[in-house]
Design a protein around this ligand. Structure first.
Ligand code: AMP
Ligand code: MN
Ligand code: MN
Length: 318
């Protein structure tokens, strides 16, 4: 067992936990799991979680109400731990607080991680940061509350145990977590499948706007600020659309290109078995995993999609 995390926690009196911008289930689950672990095993330590406001659907996780969403609140800690953060920029407005700590540690599973913290535990073969974090904590300390957090990250990052990084070890860990008595079926519905009315409608919009190119092997959709305004949707409401596009028959790669502010687009890319989308995201200053990656680009959408299509064509020809 890698004891670095436990050693760093033991040596610190105050600890701040950080995640990435637009926190997903793995980010919220891993930060809250570690928060609950420190609170239950070392109640004398000061521990805080600094995150952009996560989606309300994760409110069933213990400690959710304690999340500090305002960087100006100025949480200073001896030890800063970033979880599921693939690069420094992904710390967003909390970067300065992270940098101000005497020691920093990053626990992550992104293949593109450049080891920006003082110390890094990054295992790209892990399905999720939650799976990795499980291996860094003593099993006997995993309460039902901590298990719920870890299970949430595993199901959201594996698409409920189906993405390529899901391993026998992922399933074994999920099994141990289930044994704590968590309501796993409800959690899968709430954290992964359930959508709000607005989310279902903007998904419908993306599906009808979808464009099929490269003989049907690439499918993409552009959601503009006008689309979002018409449906009352936020950027977070676009979550899951790239994955739904990928499920189209014959598709190898899907891209959702969602406008975040005038002229700026967030790309979510998914692939099936051939295209390495983390490489394509990296060309545009982003990153992620081989089968799921993202980036933010300031260019007209048509130009972005022309460039991305060419890169995907190149990979498909190899
Ligand atoms: P998304 O499409 O936002 O669900 O992201 C897919 C994967 O790519 C996740 O693992 C993200 O952490 C990663 N990712 C998304 N956007 C970026 C970005 N701008 N820079 C680095 N990694 C990203
Ligand atoms: Mn994440
Ligand atoms: Mn993750």
């Amino acid at each position: 067992m890698n004891t670095l995390l436990l050693e760093r926690i033991a040596a610190a009196r105050s600890i701040a936990l950080f995640g990435h911008v637009r926190p997903d289930g793995d980010c919220v689950g891993s930060t809250l799991a570690l928060y609950n672990y420190i609170r239950s095993t070392a109640p004398e330590k000061r521990v805080s979680i600094c995150l952009e406001q996560p989606m309300a659907k994760f409110a069933y996780l213990e400690g959710f109400q304690d999340i500090v969403t305002d960087p100006a609140q100025g949480i200073h800690a001896e030890l800063a731990i970033a979880l599921d953060v693939s690069d420094h920029g992904r710390l967003g407005d909390f970067a300065a607080l992270f940098d101000a700590a005497k020691r920093s540690l990053n626990i992550d599973h992104h293949v593109t991680n450049p080891h920006f913290a003082m110390e890094t535990i990054c295992e790209p073969e892990r399905s999720s940061t939650c799976e990795l974090l499980y291996t860094l904590l003593p099993e006997q300390e995993i309460s039902r509350e901590i298990a719920a957090c870890l299970y949430t990250g595993i199901i959201t990052d594996t698409g409920v145990f189906k993405y390529s990084q899901t391993s026998a070890e992922t399933m074994r860990i999920a099994g141990v977590l289930m044994e704590t008595g968590i309501p796993f079926g409800d959690m899968i519905d709430v954290a992964y499948y359930r959508k709000t009315f607005v989310q279902n409608r903007i998904l419908g919009r993306a599906l009808t706007k979808a464009v099929s190119v490269l003989d049907g092997r690439l499918i993409y959709a552009v959601i503009t600020l006008e689309d979002k305004a018409e449906y009352g949707a936020s950027s977070m409401d676009l979550d899951g659309i790239a994955e739904q596009l990928r499920l189209t028959e014959g598709v190898e790669c899907s891209v959702l290109c969602g406008e975040t502010e005038p002229g700026e687009f967030k790309l979510s890319m998914r692939s099936y078995e051939k295209v390495n989308v983390s490489e394509i995201a990296a060309c545009f200053g982003g990153g992620g995993h081989i089968r799921a990656a993202g980036c933010t680009v300031r260019m007209p959408a048509e130009e972005i999609m022309r460039a991305v299509t060419e890169k995907i064509r190149g990979q498909l020809l190899c």
